[in-house]
Design a protein around this ligand. Structure first.
Ligand code: NDP
Ligand code: OXD
Length: 307
């Protein structure tokens, strides 16, 4: 039985060492290494390899990231279980990044960046955190972890998900019918949705028009959630005051794209959260053990929902 690791060599070396210790009976195969395709039961990858159908006995396709939208669902044979990455390293980095983004937007750091360019020593008014309402689109593993980090600041916290939720200290909304009320009370909107047919393009002019004037956007989902032209218009007309984007469409964002130079925008190159090989190897091993024992897999994707 073999595990095929189809990602970068640096992370592969760490996975190999941990797998050798924890699952010595499972053959660990790195990229380019020869393997009998019939032995491959598990595959870890970012994109679905073109030759996936060679692995006739493949049972679980692990994404090396938390998202699985990069998998073309119809290229994954039907009986194969698709599993997204749920691991402490990704969670901790997302907690850091969302906290950084919220404080950047709350404390007007983008406006100060522009003032600094003019050598202008000009204090700006800022509301108390208790009066700046934070709203999360998506209330999954990463959003809930970020919310935990934000609680001590005393921002009013809210979120929107597909199914109904109850989370301590968070005003929860759900479903299409719950979106308008959620948006109307959100001063800083955080997008931590998966990219699916239902969420593609959700950050658009109509959604921006439902936020309070001067709201801010922290986007850490996927580039294709956002209508970038609508964002620029909303910023230019004062509907939105600022945006911090970790994801764009396309990635990398072309050098001539107006978002790069926009005074109300901060961009990072999709680094909010990165899978950490030490913790991720242990998560994958735990899932393989669960699979071998016939137990439910952590992070199993519902292929009909698309996340
Ligand atoms: P989860 O699957 O745990 O959570 C997804 C959340 O989105 C759930 O609360 C789900 O609702 C909600 N949701 C999905 N579809 C809809 C919909 N149509 N309407 C309303 N709510 C919806 O995902 P994670 O928290 O682990 O990750 C979220 C995303 O973050 C990833 O898919 C990826 O795109 C992005 N990401 C970005 C990274 C970066 O570096 N920028 C790094 C890692 C992830 P419900 O709870 O009801 O199912
Ligand atoms: C992920 C990502 O999905 O890095 O893990 O975006």
């Amino acid at each position: 039985m073999a595990f095929l690791f189809n990602s970068d060599a640096a992370r592969g070396a760490i996975f190999r060492e941990i797998f050798a210790r924890e699952l010595p009976d499972l053959q660990f195969v790195g990229p380019g290494q020869p393997v009998d395709p019939d032995k491959v039961r598990y595959l870890l990858t970012w994109t679905v390899p073109a030759d996936i159908s060679r692995y006739r006995n493949l049972e679980v396709l692990f994404s090396i990231g938390a998202g699985i939208d990069q998998f073309k669902q119809d290229s994954v044979p039907e009986p194969v279980a698709v599993v997204r990455m749920v691991e402490d390293g990704i969670i901790r980095m997302m907690q850091e990044y969302v906290t950084l983004g919220i404080l950047t937007l709350h404390r007007e750091m983008l406006a100060y960046r522009e003032l600094q360019k003019q050598c202008a020593w000009q204090p700006l008014a800022v509301p108390q955190a208790a009066r700046r309402r934070i709203g999360f689109l998506g209330l999954g593993i990463l959003a809930q972890a970020a919310i935990e980090r934000l609680k001590p600041f005393q921002f009013p916290l809210a979120g929107w998900s597909r199914s109904k939720k109850q989370i301590d200290g968070v005003t929860c909304h759900h479903g299409t019918d719950g979106l308008a009320a959620f948006l109307a009370e959100t001063d800083i909107l955080v997008c931590l949705l998966p990219l699916t047919d239902e969420t593609r393009g959700i950050l658009n002019a109509d959604l921006f028009s439902q936020l309070p004037a001067g709201a801010r956007l922290l986007h850490v989902g996927r580039g294709a959630h956002l209508d970038q032209t609508a964002l620029i218009e909303a910023l230019d007309h004062g509907r939105l005051a600022a945006a911090m984007l970790d994801v764009t469409d396309p990635e990398p964002l072309p050098a001539e794209h107006p978002l790069w130079q926009h005074p109300k925008v901060a961009i990072t190159p999709h680094i909010a959260s990165v899978t950490q090989p030490e913790t991720a190897a242990h998560s994958v091993i735990e899932n393989i053990r669960r699979h071998l024992a016939g137990k439910n897999l952590i992070g199993l994707v519902d292929r009909t929902r698309g996340y």
